[in-house]
Design a protein around this ligand. Structure first.
Ligand code: F1P
Length: 346
Protein backbone atom coordinates (compact mmCIF):
# COMPACT_ATOMS: atom_id res chain seq x y z
CA UNK A 1 0.00 0.00 0.00
CA UNK A 2 2.79 2.33 0.98
CA UNK A 3 4.66 1.62 -2.22
CA UNK A 4 1.62 2.38 -4.24
CA UNK A 5 0.96 5.63 -2.46
CA UNK A 6 4.40 7.13 -2.28
CA UNK A 7 5.23 9.93 -4.68
CA UNK A 8 6.81 7.45 -7.07
CA UNK A 9 3.51 5.93 -8.00
CA UNK A 10 1.57 9.16 -8.18
CA UNK A 11 4.27 10.63 -10.38
CA UNK A 12 4.50 7.56 -12.58
CA UNK A 13 0.80 6.98 -12.96
CA UNK A 14 0.41 10.65 -13.66
CA UNK A 15 3.02 10.45 -16.36
CA UNK A 16 1.74 7.19 -17.85
CA UNK A 17 -1.77 8.41 -17.82
CA UNK A 18 -0.95 11.70 -19.43
CA UNK A 19 0.20 9.82 -22.52
CA UNK A 20 -2.87 7.57 -22.48
CA UNK A 21 -5.57 10.00 -21.45
CA UNK A 22 -4.11 13.06 -23.12
CA UNK A 23 -4.15 11.33 -26.52
CA UNK A 24 -7.76 10.36 -26.02
CA UNK A 25 -8.94 13.24 -23.88
CA UNK A 26 -11.24 14.76 -26.50
CA UNK A 27 -12.87 11.41 -27.11
CA UNK A 28 -13.13 10.83 -23.37
CA UNK A 29 -14.52 14.28 -22.69
CA UNK A 30 -17.10 14.00 -25.50
CA UNK A 31 -18.18 10.49 -24.61
CA UNK A 32 -21.92 9.95 -24.21
CA UNK A 33 -21.05 7.78 -21.27
CA UNK A 34 -18.24 5.79 -19.77
CA UNK A 35 -18.77 2.10 -19.10
CA UNK A 36 -16.41 0.52 -16.60
CA UNK A 37 -15.93 -3.26 -16.71
CA UNK A 38 -14.01 -5.17 -14.05
CA UNK A 39 -14.22 -7.97 -11.49
CA UNK A 40 -13.77 -8.18 -7.72
CA UNK A 41 -11.66 -5.47 -6.13
CA UNK A 42 -11.13 -3.80 -9.50
CA UNK A 43 -14.91 -3.51 -9.84
CA UNK A 44 -15.01 -1.73 -6.47
CA UNK A 45 -12.36 0.72 -7.71
CA UNK A 46 -14.66 1.24 -10.72
CA UNK A 47 -17.54 2.10 -8.40
CA UNK A 48 -15.41 4.78 -6.71
CA UNK A 49 -14.70 6.12 -10.21
CA UNK A 50 -18.43 6.34 -10.92
CA UNK A 51 -18.81 8.78 -8.01
CA UNK A 52 -15.66 10.70 -9.00
CA UNK A 53 -16.35 11.06 -12.74
CA UNK A 54 -20.02 11.89 -12.34
CA UNK A 55 -19.24 14.37 -9.60
CA UNK A 56 -16.20 16.11 -11.09
CA UNK A 57 -16.73 15.69 -14.85
CA UNK A 58 -20.52 15.19 -15.13
CA UNK A 59 -20.24 12.28 -17.59
CA UNK A 60 -22.69 9.41 -17.01
CA UNK A 61 -20.88 6.29 -15.83
CA UNK A 62 -22.04 2.67 -15.70
CA UNK A 63 -20.05 0.13 -13.73
CA UNK A 64 -20.54 -3.43 -14.87
CA UNK A 65 -19.38 -6.78 -13.56
CA UNK A 66 -17.39 -8.01 -16.56
CA UNK A 67 -18.43 -11.57 -15.70
CA UNK A 68 -22.07 -10.68 -16.42
CA UNK A 69 -21.65 -7.96 -19.05
CA UNK A 70 -19.85 -10.33 -21.41
CA UNK A 71 -22.90 -12.59 -21.61
CA UNK A 72 -25.43 -9.78 -22.09
CA UNK A 73 -26.44 -8.06 -25.28
CA UNK A 74 -25.48 -4.57 -24.09
CA UNK A 75 -26.22 -1.42 -26.05
CA UNK A 76 -22.86 0.08 -26.91
CA UNK A 77 -22.10 2.78 -29.46
CA UNK A 78 -19.00 4.28 -31.01
CA UNK A 79 -19.40 7.26 -28.69
CA UNK A 80 -18.93 5.09 -25.63
CA UNK A 81 -15.64 4.78 -23.81
CA UNK A 82 -15.19 1.44 -22.08
CA UNK A 83 -12.66 1.36 -19.26
CA UNK A 84 -11.38 -2.10 -18.31
CA UNK A 85 -9.73 -2.27 -14.87
CA UNK A 86 -7.63 -5.25 -13.87
CA UNK A 87 -4.68 -5.75 -11.54
CA UNK A 88 -3.36 -8.84 -13.32
CA UNK A 89 -4.46 -7.77 -16.79
CA UNK A 90 -5.32 -11.44 -17.39
CA UNK A 91 -8.85 -11.80 -15.97
CA UNK A 92 -10.74 -13.71 -18.68
CA UNK A 93 -14.13 -12.12 -17.94
CA UNK A 94 -12.72 -8.59 -18.18
CA UNK A 95 -10.89 -9.43 -21.41
CA UNK A 96 -14.07 -10.91 -22.93
CA UNK A 97 -16.12 -7.88 -21.86
CA UNK A 98 -13.73 -5.43 -23.47
CA UNK A 99 -13.56 -7.50 -26.65
CA UNK A 100 -17.35 -7.46 -26.86
CA UNK A 101 -17.36 -3.65 -26.47
CA UNK A 102 -14.58 -3.32 -29.03
CA UNK A 103 -16.54 -5.37 -31.56
CA UNK A 104 -19.34 -2.81 -31.24
CA UNK A 105 -17.03 0.12 -31.96
CA UNK A 106 -16.37 1.51 -28.47
CA UNK A 107 -12.99 2.98 -27.56
CA UNK A 108 -11.27 0.82 -24.97
CA UNK A 109 -9.13 2.28 -22.21
CA UNK A 110 -7.29 -0.02 -19.81
CA UNK A 111 -6.04 0.38 -16.26
CA UNK A 112 -3.74 -2.52 -15.50
CA UNK A 113 -0.90 -3.22 -13.14
CA UNK A 114 0.97 -5.79 -15.20
CA UNK A 115 2.84 -4.29 -18.14
CA UNK A 116 2.24 -6.09 -21.45
CA UNK A 117 -0.62 -8.17 -20.01
CA UNK A 118 -3.40 -9.49 -22.28
CA UNK A 119 -5.88 -6.77 -21.29
CA UNK A 120 -3.28 -4.01 -21.68
CA UNK A 121 -2.53 -5.29 -25.19
CA UNK A 122 -6.19 -5.43 -26.20
CA UNK A 123 -6.90 -1.78 -25.36
CA UNK A 124 -6.67 1.36 -27.52
CA UNK A 125 -4.93 3.31 -24.76
CA UNK A 126 -4.42 3.08 -21.05
CA UNK A 127 -2.59 3.73 -17.83
CA UNK A 128 -0.38 1.38 -15.91
CA UNK A 129 -0.69 1.60 -12.17
CA UNK A 130 2.89 0.40 -11.46
CA UNK A 131 1.90 -0.64 -7.96
CA UNK A 132 4.46 -3.44 -7.99
CA UNK A 133 3.52 -7.11 -7.83
CA UNK A 134 0.65 -8.09 -5.55
CA UNK A 135 2.37 -10.66 -3.34
CA UNK A 136 -0.90 -12.10 -2.14
CA UNK A 137 -3.82 -13.20 -4.28
CA UNK A 138 -6.26 -10.71 -2.75
CA UNK A 139 -5.79 -7.23 -4.20
CA UNK A 140 -4.87 -4.48 -1.73
CA UNK A 141 -2.38 -1.96 -3.03
CA UNK A 142 -3.78 -2.44 -6.55
CA UNK A 143 -7.06 -0.94 -5.27
CA UNK A 144 -5.24 2.11 -3.92
CA UNK A 145 -3.33 2.57 -7.16
CA UNK A 146 -6.41 2.08 -9.37
CA UNK A 147 -8.39 4.62 -7.35
CA UNK A 148 -5.47 7.09 -7.56
CA UNK A 149 -5.33 6.79 -11.36
CA UNK A 150 -9.11 7.06 -11.65
CA UNK A 151 -9.06 10.18 -9.47
CA UNK A 152 -6.52 11.76 -11.80
CA UNK A 153 -8.65 10.82 -14.81
CA UNK A 154 -11.74 12.40 -13.22
CA UNK A 155 -9.73 15.55 -12.50
CA UNK A 156 -8.47 15.76 -16.10
CA UNK A 157 -11.96 15.21 -17.51
CA UNK A 158 -13.51 17.74 -15.12
CA UNK A 159 -10.94 20.34 -16.17
CA UNK A 160 -11.41 19.60 -19.86
CA UNK A 161 -15.21 19.81 -19.63
CA UNK A 162 -15.17 22.92 -17.44
CA UNK A 163 -17.11 21.20 -14.67
CA UNK A 164 -14.26 21.31 -12.15
CA UNK A 165 -13.35 24.81 -11.01
CA UNK A 166 -9.67 25.69 -10.87
CA UNK A 167 -9.79 26.41 -7.14
CA UNK A 168 -11.35 23.04 -6.44
CA UNK A 169 -8.87 21.32 -8.75
CA UNK A 170 -5.97 22.89 -6.88
CA UNK A 171 -7.46 21.91 -3.53
CA UNK A 172 -7.85 18.33 -4.70
CA UNK A 173 -4.32 18.21 -6.09
CA UNK A 174 -2.87 19.54 -2.83
CA UNK A 175 -4.95 17.05 -0.88
CA UNK A 176 -3.85 14.20 -3.14
CA UNK A 177 -0.24 15.08 -2.41
CA UNK A 178 -0.91 14.83 1.32
CA UNK A 179 -2.39 11.33 0.96
CA UNK A 180 0.88 9.32 1.19
CA UNK A 181 1.65 10.82 4.64
CA UNK A 182 -1.94 10.18 5.74
CA UNK A 183 -1.71 6.57 4.52
CA UNK A 184 1.41 6.12 6.67
CA UNK A 185 -0.53 7.47 9.64
CA UNK A 186 -3.45 5.13 8.95
CA UNK A 187 -1.06 2.16 8.85
CA UNK A 188 0.00 3.02 12.41
CA UNK A 189 -3.48 1.94 13.53
CA UNK A 190 -2.19 -1.60 13.29
CA UNK A 191 -1.91 -2.30 17.05
CA UNK A 192 -5.39 -1.03 17.74
CA UNK A 193 -6.77 -3.15 14.91
CA UNK A 194 -5.02 -6.24 16.31
CA UNK A 195 -7.01 -5.73 19.54
CA UNK A 196 -10.31 -5.39 17.69
CA UNK A 197 -9.46 -8.43 15.54
CA UNK A 198 -8.87 -10.49 18.69
CA UNK A 199 -12.40 -9.68 19.86
CA UNK A 200 -14.11 -10.56 16.57
CA UNK A 201 -11.93 -13.34 15.16
CA UNK A 202 -14.55 -16.01 15.88
CA UNK A 203 -17.51 -14.12 14.42
CA UNK A 204 -19.43 -16.00 11.75
CA UNK A 205 -20.92 -12.99 9.98
CA UNK A 206 -19.99 -9.36 9.44
CA UNK A 207 -21.93 -6.46 7.96
CA UNK A 208 -20.14 -3.49 6.35
CA UNK A 209 -21.99 -0.23 5.76
CA UNK A 210 -20.98 2.99 4.00
CA UNK A 211 -22.57 5.84 2.08
CA UNK A 212 -21.38 7.83 -0.95
CA UNK A 213 -17.68 7.40 -1.64
CA UNK A 214 -17.48 4.99 1.29
CA UNK A 215 -20.10 2.62 -0.13
CA UNK A 216 -17.63 0.87 -2.50
CA UNK A 217 -15.21 0.73 0.43
CA UNK A 218 -17.82 -1.16 2.46
CA UNK A 219 -18.07 -3.69 -0.39
CA UNK A 220 -14.29 -3.97 -0.55
CA UNK A 221 -13.96 -4.44 3.22
CA UNK A 222 -16.48 -7.29 3.10
CA UNK A 223 -14.76 -8.87 0.09
CA UNK A 224 -11.33 -8.80 1.78
CA UNK A 225 -12.74 -10.50 4.88
CA UNK A 226 -14.45 -13.21 2.80
CA UNK A 227 -11.43 -13.79 0.59
CA UNK A 228 -8.79 -14.25 3.27
CA UNK A 229 -10.55 -15.23 6.50
CA UNK A 230 -13.53 -17.16 5.06
CA UNK A 231 -15.99 -15.29 7.28
CA UNK A 232 -19.30 -14.53 5.65
CA UNK A 233 -19.50 -10.77 5.14
CA UNK A 234 -21.90 -8.47 3.33
CA UNK A 235 -21.29 -4.91 2.23
CA UNK A 236 -24.26 -2.57 1.75
CA UNK A 237 -25.02 1.06 1.13
CA UNK A 238 -25.99 2.14 4.67
CA UNK A 239 -29.35 3.48 3.47
CA UNK A 240 -30.19 0.06 2.02
CA UNK A 241 -29.93 -1.55 5.47
CA UNK A 242 -33.58 -0.92 6.23
CA UNK A 243 -34.58 -2.79 3.07
CA UNK A 244 -33.51 -6.17 4.40
CA UNK A 245 -30.15 -6.54 6.15
CA UNK A 246 -31.51 -4.86 9.29
CA UNK A 247 -33.29 -8.16 10.01
CA UNK A 248 -29.87 -9.75 10.61
CA UNK A 249 -28.75 -7.35 13.32
CA UNK A 250 -28.58 -8.60 16.89
CA UNK A 251 -25.95 -8.61 19.65
CA UNK A 252 -23.94 -11.24 17.73
CA UNK A 253 -23.51 -9.14 14.61
CA UNK A 254 -20.38 -7.01 14.17
CA UNK A 255 -21.24 -4.05 11.94
CA UNK A 256 -18.35 -2.09 10.45
CA UNK A 257 -19.60 1.39 9.66
CA UNK A 258 -17.44 3.72 7.58
CA UNK A 259 -18.63 6.97 9.06
CA UNK A 260 -16.14 9.64 8.10
CA UNK A 261 -17.07 13.34 8.03
CA UNK A 262 -18.57 14.02 4.63
CA UNK A 263 -21.79 15.22 3.01
CA UNK A 264 -23.74 12.18 4.24
CA UNK A 265 -22.42 12.28 7.81
CA UNK A 266 -25.79 13.11 9.47
CA UNK A 267 -27.42 10.20 7.69
CA UNK A 268 -24.76 7.76 8.78
CA UNK A 269 -25.21 8.94 12.38
CA UNK A 270 -28.84 7.78 12.07
CA UNK A 271 -27.70 4.45 10.62
CA UNK A 272 -25.39 3.87 13.60
CA UNK A 273 -28.31 4.66 15.93
CA UNK A 274 -30.45 2.10 14.08
CA UNK A 275 -27.77 -0.58 14.51
CA UNK A 276 -27.26 0.24 18.19
CA UNK A 277 -31.02 0.16 18.82
CA UNK A 278 -30.86 -3.50 17.72
CA UNK A 279 -27.80 -4.19 19.89
CA UNK A 280 -25.40 -4.72 16.96
CA UNK A 281 -21.70 -4.27 17.76
CA UNK A 282 -20.53 -1.19 15.91
CA UNK A 283 -16.93 -0.85 14.76
CA UNK A 284 -16.83 2.69 13.40
CA UNK A 285 -14.22 4.16 11.08
CA UNK A 286 -14.36 7.88 11.83
CA UNK A 287 -12.52 11.08 11.01
CA UNK A 288 -9.98 12.18 13.62
CA UNK A 289 -11.56 14.48 16.17
CA UNK A 290 -15.13 13.28 15.65
CA UNK A 291 -17.04 12.91 18.91
CA UNK A 292 -20.63 12.11 17.85
CA UNK A 293 -20.15 8.65 16.33
CA UNK A 294 -17.52 7.63 18.94
CA UNK A 295 -20.10 8.33 21.66
CA UNK A 296 -22.39 5.67 20.11
CA UNK A 297 -20.00 3.08 18.67
CA UNK A 298 -18.51 0.10 20.54
CA UNK A 299 -15.09 0.38 18.87
CA UNK A 300 -13.69 3.41 17.11
CA UNK A 301 -10.90 3.65 14.55
CA UNK A 302 -9.83 7.20 13.73
CA UNK A 303 -8.36 8.02 10.33
CA UNK A 304 -7.01 11.37 9.08
CA UNK A 305 -9.31 13.93 7.54
CA UNK A 306 -9.37 14.38 3.77
CA UNK A 307 -11.72 15.42 0.98
CA UNK A 308 -14.59 12.96 0.54
CA UNK A 309 -13.41 12.43 -3.05
CA UNK A 310 -10.19 10.92 -1.74
CA UNK A 311 -11.50 9.21 1.37
CA UNK A 312 -11.57 5.66 -0.12
CA UNK A 313 -7.76 5.83 -0.29
CA UNK A 314 -7.68 6.12 3.50
CA UNK A 315 -10.84 4.40 4.70
CA UNK A 316 -9.97 1.11 2.98
CA UNK A 317 -6.76 0.72 5.01
CA UNK A 318 -8.20 -0.16 8.43
CA UNK A 319 -10.54 -2.64 6.68
CA UNK A 320 -7.64 -4.34 4.91
CA UNK A 321 -5.74 -4.53 8.21
CA UNK A 322 -8.79 -5.91 10.02
CA UNK A 323 -9.20 -8.70 7.45
CA UNK A 324 -5.49 -9.43 7.54
CA UNK A 325 -5.27 -9.77 11.32
CA UNK A 326 -8.47 -11.79 11.64
CA UNK A 327 -7.24 -14.16 8.91
CA UNK A 328 -3.85 -14.63 10.59
CA UNK A 329 -5.53 -15.27 13.97
CA UNK A 330 -7.76 -17.90 12.35
CA UNK A 331 -4.70 -19.64 10.92
CA UNK A 332 -5.55 -18.80 7.30
CA UNK A 333 -2.92 -18.37 4.62
CA UNK A 334 -3.43 -14.73 3.71
CA UNK A 335 -1.23 -14.83 0.64
CA UNK A 336 -2.71 -17.96 -0.88
CA UNK A 337 -6.37 -18.19 0.15
CA UNK A 338 -8.16 -21.41 -0.71
CA UNK A 339 -10.03 -21.53 -4.02
CA UNK A 340 -8.69 -18.18 -5.25
CA UNK A 341 -6.35 -17.60 -8.17
CA UNK A 342 -4.21 -14.54 -8.75
CA UNK A 343 -5.29 -14.37 -12.37
CA UNK A 344 -8.73 -15.80 -13.07
CA UNK A 345 -8.10 -16.99 -16.60
CA UNK A 346 -11.11 -19.23 -17.11
C1 F1P B 1 -9.88 -9.52 -10.12
C2 F1P B 1 -10.06 -10.37 -8.87
C3 F1P B 1 -9.38 -9.73 -7.64
C4 F1P B 1 -9.50 -10.64 -6.45
C5 F1P B 1 -8.94 -12.05 -6.76
C6 F1P B 1 -9.60 -12.61 -7.99
O1 F1P B 1 -8.57 -9.53 -10.53
O2 F1P B 1 -11.44 -10.51 -8.64
O3 F1P B 1 -9.98 -8.49 -7.34
O4 F1P B 1 -8.82 -10.09 -5.32
O5 F1P B 1 -7.58 -11.99 -6.95
O6 F1P B 1 -9.52 -11.66 -9.08
P1 F1P B 1 -7.94 -8.49 -11.53
O7 F1P B 1 -8.73 -8.49 -12.81
O8 F1P B 1 -7.97 -7.14 -10.87
O9 F1P B 1 -6.54 -9.00 -11.74
Amino acid sequence: ILDSMRGRLVAESNHMMMSGVREYENKFANADRIIIVACGTSWHAGLVAEYLIEDLARIPVEVEYASEFRYRNPIITEKDIVVAISQSGETADTLAALELAKSKGATIFGICNVVGSSIARATDAGAYTHAGPEIGVASTKAFTAQVTVLTLIAMILGTKRGTLETTKLHQLMAELESIPAKVEKALKLDNQIVEISEIFKDATNFLYLGRGYNFPVALEGALKLKEISYIHAEGYPAAEMKHGPIALIDEQMPVVVIATKDSSYDKIVSNVQEVKARKGKVIAIVTEGDTTIPSMADYVIEIPETSEHLMPLLSVIPLQLLSYHIAVMRGCNVDQPRNLAKSVTV
